[in-house]
Design a protein around this ligand. Structure first.
Ligand SMILES: O=C1O[C@H]([C@@H](O)CO)C(O)=C1O
Length: 545
């Protein structure tokens, strides 16, 4: 194994990813930032200089478990103090498993500003994947807003509440095409011929097979991705091999990654559209477009066809069908523990708390602490956060998930869950109606520091006595992000075997900002000496040097 050393500078720059000029957060001048290429068991070192002038930053390595390095998880408020403007912070971690991962900002709503990129971990030399392909490519799907992250965040925490709304465009590997002739758009800020917003081109050689690694880091949208005339064989999800299955369009939620195999076996005399479309919300955002370019056709030549329109936005069944097809690949199955030690039901609701619109779990909306939990717990700073434990949600059975509830007893708190080290924990994500009548939304939940087994999905209210009997105990896929569908439930299981403090949250940027998340502590006594570089905020300022 090797050490992969990166030097990054994070900055604000004016860019036009979708033809509309706005401030973008770049790494070494780029958004998406540089791809991290490494091999299993390599050590990645990222020396990050914050040149944002007046703004803090932190970067999360999404899907990397950070075994033995919980202080490198990059979650501001949970594992570290933010990196101040002008400071350089060193992230150091081992990429212990091959697969497709991502990185992105984890401070405020900064991810939405463009600070993100791909991590690709290859097998060690001499080992091979259980499928074959000629070329390997990575793309990240995103949605894009023209308002600054500050305006969005301020609106979400204002009275009256100002919702971020639907994104202005969809990006494929950092490129989208907003319609500059939209009424009210200042001509000097939008240029349809700017090369920064020409569609992303995926060039293929006829007859070859491509492994396309697709990640989603949308702020809001769940997506369907497809390539005109080409089926995709799904072979990997969140770094785990999948029993291969074929799709025409891939549903992908924010925080997920997939590898698909695509064979360039269509008429080679033309190009084809690739497109992303918002599903799960009745969105006004136009589809994102990219070009699958058959060499040697000109990469900018528009395909002669109308781009695919994509599936219906509200076909929940089609999405669940894909989710349940995802099983661990034979020969690579790590079976889950057959029983669990603790079941936590997490009822997801939307509430108002002191006039603010918030999201809550079991009636508690997450408030970020001023002292990161990892430091507070390790250094025994008992006053740094509310020491009461969060609830295991056993009383959810009395809650009507189909009605607009006022949830008058909802509160905000920075309490956490403390898990017994090495115990097996089941989480039941239970969805419910929002504050809008007949509305329940899709939420992609992401767990830091672990992969979990996806035990099952269901519609309606989870039944404690009958539903666990339907769990897949044989070959459930392991993932780090999973969706809970409208009015549905999703059950997952994990081993609390990674010493540290780990965030678990909805990956919709505004939802996490509005309190839809929490933290787990496990094995804090086994965490090694904390680097002083993660300190400097809240009560850590009073620690002896
Ligand atoms: O958090 C959200 O708020 C709005 C809406 O529920 C209230 O305006 C919406 O669609 C969300 O996902």
């Amino acid at each position: 194994s090797r050490v992969r050393h990166f030097k990054w500078e994070v900055k604000h720059e004016f860019k036009s990813p979708d033809c509309y000029n706005k401030l973008v957060i770049t790494i070494n001048g780029k958004s998406p930032g540089p791809t991290i290429l490494a091999q299993q068991n390599d050590t990645v070192i990222v020396e990050l200089k914050n040149s944002l002038e007046t703004e803090n930053v932190a970067i999360h390595w999404h899907g990397i478990r950070q075994i033995g390095s919980p202080w490198s998880d990059g979650t501001e408020g949970i594992t570290q103090c933010p990196i101040l403007p002008g400071d350089t912070f060193v992230y150091k971690f081992v990429v212990d498993r091959p697969g497709t991962y991502m990185y992105h900002a984890h401070y405020g709503m900064q991810r939405t500003g463009g600070l993100y990129g791909s991590i690709r971990v290859a097998l060690p030399d001499g080992e091979s994947e259980p499928f074959s392909y000629d070329y390997d490519r990575s793309i990240i799907l995103n949605d894009w807003y023209h308002k600054s992250t500050f305006e969005q965040a301020a609106g979400l925490s204002s009275i009256p509440f100002v919702w971020v709304g639907e994104p202005q465009s969809l990006l494929i590997q950092g490129k989208g095409q907003f319609d500059c002739s939209t009424p009210g758009i200042q001509a000097s800020l939008c240029n349809a011929t700017n090369p920064e917003c020409s569609p992303y081109v995926l060039r293929v050689i006829p007859g070859k097979t491509y492994r396309l690694r697709i990640g989603s880091l949308t702020a809001l949208a769940a997506l369907s991705f497809e390539i005109e005339g080409h089926n995709m064989t799904v072979v990997e999800a969140d770094g785990h091999y999948v029993e291969p299955f074929v799709v025409k369009n891939l549903f992908i939620y924010s925080g997920e990654t997939y590898s698909v195999l695509i064979k360039a076996d269509q008429d080679p005399s033309r190009n084809y559209w690739a497109s992303s479309k918002v599903v799960s919300r009745n969105s006004t955002t136009p589809n994102g477009l990219a070009i699958l370019n058959y060499y040697p056709n000109h990469p900018k030549r528009s395909p002669p066809t109308v781009p695919p329109t994509g599936p219906l936005w509200n076909d929940v069944e089609a999405r669940v069908n894909q989710s349940v097809k995802i099983k661990a690949r034979q020969g690579y199955i790590l079976p889950p523990p057959q029983t669990s030690d603790r079941v936590i039901v997490m009822l997801n609701t939307q509430n108002t708390i002191n006039g603010h619109v918030r999201w809550s779990i079991n009636n508690v909306s997450f408030n970020f602490p001023h002292t990161p939990y990892l430091i507070a717990l390790k250094q025994n700073l008992k006053h740094a956060f509310n020491q009461n434990s969060l609830s295991d949600g056993n009383d959810f059975a009395n809650y009507d998930i189909y009605s607009v509830a006022n949830n008058t007893n909802a509160t905000s708190s920075d309490s956490i869950y403390r898990l017994k080290f090495n115990s097996t924990v089941d989480i039941i994500l239970q969805n419910a109606n929002t504050m809008t009548k007949n509305n329940s939304e899709t939420h992609p939940w992401h767990l830091h520091g672990h992969d979990f087994w996806v035990m099952g999905y269901g519609t309606g209210k989870f039944n404690m006595s009958t539903d666990p009997k339907k769990y897949n105990l044989v070959n459930p896929i392991m993932k780090n992000t999973v969706a809970v569908q409208p009015y549905g439930w999703t059950a997952l299981r994990f081993r609390a075997d990674n010493p540290g403090v780990w965030a678990f949250h909805c990956h919709i940027e505004s939802h996490f900002y509005m309190g839809m998340g929490l933290a787990f502590e496990e094995g804090i006594d086994k965490v090694g000496r904390l680097p002083s570089s993660i300190m400097g905020c809240g009560e850590t300022k009073s620690l002896p040097p």
